[in-house]
Design a protein around this ligand. Structure first.
Ligand SMILES: *Cc1c(COP(=O)(O)O)cnc(C)c1O
Length: 225
């Protein structure tokens, strides 16, 4: 399938979800996750009108960046090790996976501008998942005050791999309520206006529950590589 056709189908589903939830579809940004596909396929996504690309490894991001430079907005969505921060920091517009102070410290040190970050939260409690525990979120956010180059623009989560709609919905609702908690802290460095949640299998539910950035790989660009 052409990316353009996939994009149209996704936009329709987003529009339907927004009607259900009484939301404005303009609030929902699609990030094309290109980790499985070639640079050509990433270009096709840009030609189809996608403006955000996401990669989960420093190597993958760098390879595509070489070619596409700053044409798209770049999102780093994978787990980030401190020692890899310097390899991506000048190229990314957003980091979705902040969950350790050591990484925040490194971002702060390696960057000469403010980096838009999402704090990743392990809402589902699965041991295999990255992210900080919900009950640790506010103290983690407070501790970020020491790193002025880190701005908390939102929260990110990965839902469990399940078709059980109530489990997915509960996960996204929990992230939404955590977002409100952070907003109530009224910290200048943590406006927390965004919610990065929803992937190929669950983005319609995520949009119904308030997602502003959905990260879509398989359903949009496929997994051809
Ligand atoms: C791979 C990945 C996605 C996209 O997954 P699909 O199911 O292919 O849409 C989204 N978010 C993260 C963090 C990923 O690693």
């Amino acid at each position: 399938m052409k990316v353009e056709q996939n994009l149209q189908a996704i936009q329709e589903k987003i529009a339907n979800a927004c009607v259900k939830a009484n939301r404005n579809p303009d609030e929902v940004n699609i990030i094309a996750v290109t980790k499985y596909v070639s640079i050509e396929r990433a270009k096709e996504a840009l030609d189809a009108g996608v403006t955000h690309l996401g990669e989960n490894y420093a190597e993958g991001l760098n390879a595509k960046w070489e070619e596409l430079q700053d044409k798209p907005n770049w999102h780093f969505i994978g787990s980030l090790q401190s020692r890899k921060v310097k390899n991506i920091i000048d190229k990314v517009d957003y980091i979705h996976s902040l969950d350790r102070l050591s990484v925040a410290k490194e971002i702060n040190k390696r960057s000469n501008r403010v980096i838009k970050c999402f704090v990743q939260v392990n809402v589902s409690g699965e041991e295999s998942k990255h992210g900080i525990q919900p009950e640790e979120l506010t103290s983690f956010i407070e501790a970020l005050k020491d790193y002025p180059n880190v701005e908390v623009v939102g929260l990110m989560t990965m839902a469990p791999l399940t078709d059980d709609e109530s489990v997915l919905r509960h996960c996204f609702q929990t992230l939404k309520s955590l977002q409100i908690q952070v907003q109530q802290m009224e910290l200048e460095y943590a406006p927390c206006t965004e919610l990065s949640m929803g992937m190929s299998n669950d983005y319609a539910i995520a949009v119904e529950e308030g997602a502003t950035m959905i990260r879509i790989g398989t359903a949009l660009v496929g997994e051809e590589k």
